[in-house]
Structure formats: structure tokens, C-alpha cells
Design a binder for this molecule. Structure first.
Ligand SMILES: *[C@@H]1O[C@H](CO)[C@@H](O)[C@H](O)[C@H]1NC(C)=O
Ligand SMILES: *[C@@H]1O[C@H](CO)[C@@H](O)[C@H](O)[C@H]1NC(C)=O
Ligand SMILES: *[C@@H]1O[C@H](CO)[C@@H](O)[C@H](O)[C@H]1NC(C)=O
Ligand SMILES: *[C@@H]1O[C@H](CO)[C@@H](O)[C@H](O)[C@H]1NC(C)=O
Ligand SMILES: *[C@@H]1O[C@H](CO)[C@@H](O)[C@H](O)[C@H]1NC(C)=O
Length: 320
């Protein structure tokens, strides 16, 4: 074996070693699913330290007044447009938020799941059916599988100790809510992009514009971890049926917040719309997202094993 070949092998080894932190990170999405106990039936993590922070994520849950106004603003609403600067304890977490919020690859996905509970501008946009439709035109034109993998990766990165992991563990409501919103990107995308076949209008727009039926909007909070409550009477129409069909498939997947909110909500809907309107014959959280059903990020484990074997092979043939 030539000397050059040995040097080549050593260079490869050094290169591989330098890359390894990046690999470690890319493996993370495979362990994305947080312990199922994190989502109890209430949709909130059991939090012994501070009972208060629940409020922050529930302020926007209820919509009350609907007045048709013509919004003249054309820009897309941004998530966390009213977030206080020191929302978290760790500066690494605050930096992480600043970084991803400024990243256009991420913001170009125009994730509705990040807006529903975290955007004052979006909340106001819901007063206008026309403006809401325009926003959906934009968010529904995103490449959903690409954006789903971006959001999944971001959710995993969020939980890293060097980002927001400590604040997540401490029950920080912004961090926990953001994690749920990121994980729920695709079910919210699919649900908000559904249209009523007879009118060609977005079901979501019909829901937010129906002033006689405010519960129609509450349906969209299920994937974010908020179930319907007893007494809610959403309109029993085709949109609701299709939305619940869609949600039932997402509720089967492990690690989705909707796996704890779907069944109680489906029962409330069936009490109002009739037995069997929404499927209740499902096993929630039974489909391992890591088996490829839920997460769009491919499993990198095999790739690493192969490369490692290759490197070892090179070293053995080259150095010895
Ligand atoms: C919005 O503006 C258009 C034209 O400027 C008008 O025709 C329409 O009625 C307005 N809609 C509402 C809900 O005010
Ligand atoms: C910061 O940490 C303390 C305890 O370590 C906790 O009580 C407080 O709620 C935390 N603040 C935020 C904004 O997370
Ligand atoms: C922006 O986000 C994308 C997708 O997560 C990532 O690949 C890219 O490196 C990020 N860009 C910056 C400047 O952080
Ligand atoms: C609005 O809600 C009422 C009451 O549920 C329902 O009868 C009506 O069909 C709804 N309108 C639309 C457009 O969904
Ligand atoms: C529920 O689902 C199982 C498996 O898909 C099926 O065998 C069973 O007949 C279903 N039960 C009802 C009441 O639909």
C-alpha cells in the first residue's frame, strides 16, 4: 500500500470525526416522540413546578366576535409577533428562537400550526374571510412533505439541551406549545387546506366565518392538544366529517398531540351529529411514527453504520 493511501485514509477518518456532532443531531428526529405521558387527556403536561403557565397557550383558543372587515394588509402573519423577549430562562433558547424565526426556509413554509396560538396578526386576520383565504392560498401552496420534515427537524432541535431542552423540562409554556405546534404541522396543514367540494371554499374559512357556530373553529385546535369540551356543537357538515376522518388517521400515530384529544372530541361530536359520524373505533397512538408513518425525516442510522463500516474497512486495509 502506498503512503499516499494511508494519508488519504487518515484524512477521511479526521473528516468523519469532525462531522460526528452533526450526525448526532441528524439522528435526533428518530427519537422525536416525547414520552406519551407528556400529553395527558387534558392536552397539557403534568407540571408540578408551576401551575400557572397554562394560560399563555390557551388565550387564543376561543374566538368570539366575527365582523367582516376588509383587511388591506398583504403580508403573511408571523408566529410569536407579540412574544416577550425573555420568554425563557436560558439565553440559548432565546437565541434559538431568534435564529429559526429569521430563517426564510422555515418561514416560507407559512405553517398555520405555528400561527393559530401564537400570532396576534393571524388572530385578527380571522375576522376577514377573504384575508384568511389568501393566507391559506399561500400556506397550502407550500411543499408539504418538505415542510413537514423541516418542522419535524426543528421540533427535535428545539428539545436539544443546547437549545431549549432545559426550558422544555421546566415546563416553559412557550417552548412546550411550540413543540406541539411543530409536531402538528402536517395534520393542521391537511385540515386547513381541505375545501368543501360543493362550494370550493376552504372548510377552515367557513368555520371561522360562521358567527352562529363558534365551535366550528375549536375543531382545529385538536391537533394542537386542545380537545372539544362537553356542550360544544360544531356544525355537522361534510367539512366536519372529512376533517374528523383525517384526524382519525393522525390520532393513530404515536407522538402527535391529537392522539390524546381525538377520542374525547369524537365522542362529543357523535353525541351531537349521530353515532358513527366520527370514527371512534381506532387505537390512538398505536402507529409508531418512527416506522415511517408520521415523521418525514428518513432514518439515518443505517447510513451511519454503513459509513462506519466503510471507514473501518479502509483503516484495516490501509493501515494494517
Ligand atoms: C371588501 O372590499 C370590496 C371592494 O373594495 C367590497 O366589494 C366588499 O364588499 C368588501 N367586503 C367586505 C366584507 O367589506
Ligand atoms: C425560570 O426558572 C424558574 C425556576 O428555575 C421558574 O420558576 C420560572 O418559571 C422560569 N421562568 C421561565 C420564563 O421559564
Ligand atoms: C434554515 O433552516 C433550514 C431547514 O431547517 C436549514 O437547512 C438551514 O441551514 C437554515 N439556515 C440557517 C442560516 O440557519
Ligand atoms: C353555520 O352554522 C350553522 C349552525 O351550526 C349551520 O346551520 C350553518 O350551515 C353553518 N354555515 C356554514 C357555511 O357552515
Ligand atoms: C373496529 O375495527 C376493527 C379492526 O379494524 C374491526 O375488526 C371491527 O369490526 C371494528 N368495529 C366496529 C364496531 O366497527
Amino acid at each position: 500500500m502506498s503512503r499516499l493511501y494511508h494519508i488519504y485514509n487518515i484524512l477521511i477518518l479526521i473528516y468523519i470525526l469532525c462531522l460526528s456532532p452533526a450526525w448526532a443531531q441528524s439522528v435526533e428526529p428518530t427519537t422525536l416522540a416525547v414520552p406519551r405521558s407528556a400529553w395527558q387527556a387534558s392536552g397539557e403536561t403534568i407540571d408540578r413546578r408551576s401551575p400557572a403557565p397554562k394560560e399563555e397557550t390557551t388565550t387564543v383558543h376561543r374566538r368570539t366576535i366575527i365582523t367582516a372587515t376588509n383587511s388591506t394588509s398583504t403580508g403573511m402573519p408571523k408566529p410569536f409577533d407579540t412574544l416577550s423577549y425573555n420568554f425563557a430562562n436560558s439565553s440559548t433558547c432565546i437565541d434559538f428562537f431568534a435564529k429559526w424565526r429569521a430563517n426564510t426556509t422555515i418561514s416560507n413554509c407559512n405553517a398555520i400550526s405555528l400561527l393559530i396560538e401564537n400570532s396576534n396578526a393571524f388572530f385578527h386576520t380571522l375576522n376577514s374571510a377573504a384575508a384568511t383565504s389568501r393566507i391559506l392560498d399561500t400556506s397550502c401552496s407550500a411543499d408539504v412533505s418538505k415542510c413537514a420534515s423541516i418542522m419535524t427537524r426543528l421540533a427535535a432541535d428545539l428539545l436539544e439541551a443546547e437549545n431549549c431542552g432545559d426550558d422544555y423540562e421546566n415546563g416553559n409554556s412557550v417552548v412546550k406549545g411550540t413543540y406541539r405546534d411543530l409536531v402538528a404541522y402536517e395534520p393542521i396543514y391537511r385540515a386547513t387546506c381541505l375545501t368543501d367540494p360543493s362550494t370550493q371554499k376552504y372548510c377552515f374559512v367557513d368555520a371561522v366565518s360562521n358567527s352562529t357556530s363558534p365551535d366550528d373553529y375549536s375543531v382545529y385546535l385538536m391537533p394542537l392538544g386542545t380537545p372539544l369540551t362537553v356542550g360544544d356543537v360544531p356544525t355537522c357538515n361534510k367539512c366536519l366529517k372529512e376533517t374528523m376522518d383525517l384526524f382519525s388517521t393522525w390520532a393513530r400515530r404515536d407522538g402527535q398531540p391529537i392522539d390524546s384529544t381525538y377520542l374525547p372530541s369524537a365522542k362529543i361530536i357523535n353525541a351531537h351529529c349521530g353515532d358513527g359520524f366520527a370514527s371512534t373505533n381506532i387505537t390512538v397512538g398505536s402507529v409508531d411514527a418512527r416506522a415511517g408513518a408520521g415523521l418525514a425525516v428518513p432514518l439515518p442510522n443505517l447510513g451511519i453504520a454503513t459509513v462506519m463500516a466503510l471507514v473501518l474497512g479502509l483503516m484495516l486495509t490501509g493501515l494494517f
